[in-house]
Design a binder for this molecule. Sequence first.
Ligand SMILES: Nc1ncnc2c1ncn2[C@@H]1O[C@H](COP(=O)(O)OP(=O)(O)OP(=O)(O)O)[C@@H](O)[C@H]1O
Length: 212
Amino acid sequence: MTFELKNVTVTLDEHPLFAPLTVQLDKGQIGTIMGPSGSGKSTLLAAISGTLPPTFDCTGDIRLNGRSLLDVPVESRQVGILFQDDLLFPHLNVYQNLVFALPRGLSKSEQRERICSGLIDADMDRFDHRDVATLSGGQRARISLLRTLLAEPKLILLDEPFAKLDLQLRGQFRDFVFNRITDLNIPALLVTHDPADHPDTGLLIELETAHA
Ligand SMILES: Nc1ncnc2c1ncn2[C@@H]1O[C@H](COP(=O)(O)OP(=O)(O)OP(=O)(O)O)[C@@H](O)[C@H]1O
């Protein structure tokens, strides 16, 4: 199995935030995590990406492509994250924002080729020198996704990435994201409050409150 959570929960002062979770996702499959506010959805994503604050502990096992991630440092996990706030660097242009994400060791021409082909794919081929502050919400969202994908993640985590987009843009961007995940053939976990975000072929995962 490509991605597995085995009896995973996150504890704060030894109290579990949610009931132990077991999930399996195959390549290209999207798991939609739903649950009440404060149930631990974002904290679970932080445990998977390796960015859990030290006040929390993670128990159980998290496996990606056959190996446990628990002892793997954050920079080696190959887990990409997309948030509802895009976190683009405001003082850099589109190209400069994207070049940061590329794997190390590429030549300048390889960097340019990957970025240009990504921009064409995002229907933004002449935007490389644009100041990110001048982009529309939908354009920012696509650049932000592109930045996540250029890092060649083996798993992608989506923390309410559609929440701030208006209804029409939301549907378009959602399709764009799901198509890229299918093309890359990597598993993805999506946190959302909107059942409409759940793809028909996806796996619905409900976070349940832990019993005392
Ligand atoms: N750094 C922290 N220190 C202490 N408690 C925290 C910290 N971060 C989050 N929490 C608490 O952990 C719990 C889970 O928070 P989390 O953000 O994961 O919930 P969520 O399910 O993503 O919520 P929402 O749907 O509202 O975004 C909450 O009770 C929250 O207050």
